[in-house]
Design a protein around this ligand. Structure first.
Ligand code: 9WO
Length: 257
């Protein structure tokens, strides 16, 4: 997969390609990341990319022409067609399902805004889709672009080793992850759940699945609404809820507001 990013801070976005799973995927050729400095597409000798907003008010707006020129250059750098994505709180929520859809494409071109945003006419002319990583305002689109790149690239075939791929399974369920433990066996008076010590892989699998269901039910019941639980999952969740009713509250698993 080829990913192009238009940004005023290519070194910031490039950091995602220098570490860990994404770093390895890019050095091994599974993905490539091409960064386009928006300022290189300014046409005046001061390399101006922003201007005051029509209608007044504070801050600056990124000019349309440099953005459109950068998009044209990035688009033309490969023969394959590409969809242009803008990262903005006004976009569709970028979640794991969206990452799976985008990971099937051969190319993606991401635009990062700064200041108060991009001239709306550039977005209307060139943008095919808008993505939001969450309901907050940042100082620019670079961090959400990096979030998308990380989530997408790790899904590409061969990006994860066997051990890491197994971890992926819990998200494929659409559930929150189960808890994890490593040595020592007791810490601060807290023992590792005994089922994890016994070596019964089937009991471990069921316990982890039940923990994932319990956490999702406690913390993100909205995620369960979108799922069709298997008979086994429904049974494990019912069993947990029956026990939870008997035991009373479980603050550690509750949503912290
Ligand atoms: C600024 C602003 C000020 C008052 C009220 C609402 C406001 N929205 C913005 C705004 O969206 N500024 C953007 C900053 C301009 C373009 C890039 N910026 C950005 C992208 N901030 N946050 C994102 C973003 C993108 C994707 N997912 C989450 C946040």
């Amino acid at each position: 997969m080829r990913i192009d990013v238009v940004t005023l801070f290519p070194e910031l976005v490039g950091a995602v390609a220098q570490h860990g799973v994404v770093g390895r995927a890019i050095s091994s050729g599974i993905a490539s990341l091409q960064l386009w400095q928006l300022r290189d597409f300014a046409s005046d000798r001061h390399r101006t990319v922003d201007d005051a907003p029509y209608g007044g008010g504070p801050g600056m707006v990124l000019k349309a022409e440099p953005m459109l020129a950068a998009i044209a250059a990035a688009r033309a750098a490969s023969d394959q067609p590409v969809r242009v994505a803008y990262v903005t709180p006004q976009g569709r929520r970028f979640d794991h399902a969206a990452a799976q859809v985008l990971a099937k494409r051969p190319r993606l071109l991401v635009l990062c805004g700064r200041y108060e945003g991009v001239d709306e006419r550039a977005l209307e002319l060139a943008v095919d889709e808008e993505w939001s990583c969450g309901d907050y305002v940042l100082s620019g689109g670079e961090l959400p672009a990096m979030v998308m790149i990380d989530a997408i690239v790790r899904l590409l075939p061969g990006a994860l080793g066997d051990a890491e791929s197994a971890v992926q399974d819990s998200f494929v369920h659409g559930l929150l992850d189960h808890p994890h433990y490593t040595r020592p066996q007791t810490l601060g008076g807290q023992a590792v759940p005994p089922v994890l010590i016994g070596g019964d892989h089937e009991r471990v699998r069921k316990w982890r699945l039940q923990q994932a269901l319990a956490r999702t039910w406690r913390r993100r019941p909205d995620l369960l609404d979108g799922l069709n639980l298997t008979d086994e999952q429904q049974r494990l969740l019912d069993e947990y809820r029956t026990q939870a009713d008997a035991d009373g509250r479980c603050p550690a698993l509750d949503n912290q507001e």
